[in-house]
Design a protein around this ligand. Structure first.
Ligand SMILES: Nc1nc2c(ncn2[C@@H]2O[C@H](COP(=O)(O)OP(=O)(O)OP(=O)(O)O)[C@@H](O)[C@H]2O)c(=O)[nH]1
Ligand SMILES: [Mg+2]
Length: 189
């Protein structure tokens, strides 16, 4: 029941260019290189749907993917990549602010946090603004394949301030992906 068709639809540089439709959107947010595009591919069960890269700053526009009949996943650019040219970084940050504050279709956020790094100021701020806007927040402690078994509970405890229980995920081992997919799909019901 859980595997639904997922297709790329459009790429937008600003809020005004986003698709006009009545799909409920769930967006992936997080630091550059944390694994947003990879997680979107894992949720969709397709390897090359969203473009991924070893180097940060790969996704530079707001990318829309249909998920089943009524949902859409939105792959967003990351933040925190210091080496991006300043004009591009400013444009992306502006588009992100507009999208997160003003996109009426947006119902949920998948907030990715590197399990080894933990939640920092930016992630706590994003979680707080999601709660304020009434968005459903899915916190994901990702790249958990890089944690030692003994580090897992400390990684989860570090994220307690997000006020939502994070899901440990890895696109390499597949851990957490089915659970996250089920939760995302239930946001569309
Ligand atoms: N070990 C491990 N590596 C991962 C995981 N998910 C993503 N990666 C790697 O992290 C790197 C960045 O992945 P992307 O999916 O492009 O990251 P992104 O957050 O979309 O990056 P930007 O678009 O630049 O913001 C790639 O080399 C991925 O293979 C994971 O679960 N485990
Ligand atoms: Mg990306």
């Amino acid at each position: 029941m859980d595997r639904l068709a997922c297709e790329f639809v459009a790429s937008a540089g600003a809020l005004a260019d986003c698709p006009r439709w009545d799909r409920i959107e769930v967006a992936l947010v997080g630091r550059s290189n944390v694994g947003k595009s990879s997680l979107l591919n894992a949720l969709a069960g397709q390897h090359r749907l969203a473009r991924t890269s070893r180097t940060p700053g790969r996704t530079q526009t707001i990318n829309f993917f249909t998920l089943g009949e009524s949902l859409a996943l939105v792959d967003l650019p990351g933040y925190g990549y210091a080496r991006m040219p300043q004009p591009l970084a400013t444009r992306i940050a502006g588009a992100m602010r507009e999208f997160l504050a003003g996109r009426s279709n947006l119902r949920g956020l998948i907030l990715l946090i590197d399990a080894r790094r933990g939640a920092q100021r930016e992630e706590l701020d994003l979680a707080a603004s999601a709660h304020e806007r009434g968005l459903t927040l899915f916190a994901v402690a990702t790249k958990c394949d890089k944690l030692k078994r003994s580090e897992r509970s400390a990684a989860l405890a570090q994220m307690r301030a997000l006020e939502t229980e994070p899901i440990l995920c890895s696109v390499h081992t597949g851990e957490g992906i089915d659970l996250l997919r089920r939760r995302v799909l239930s946001a569309g019901r």
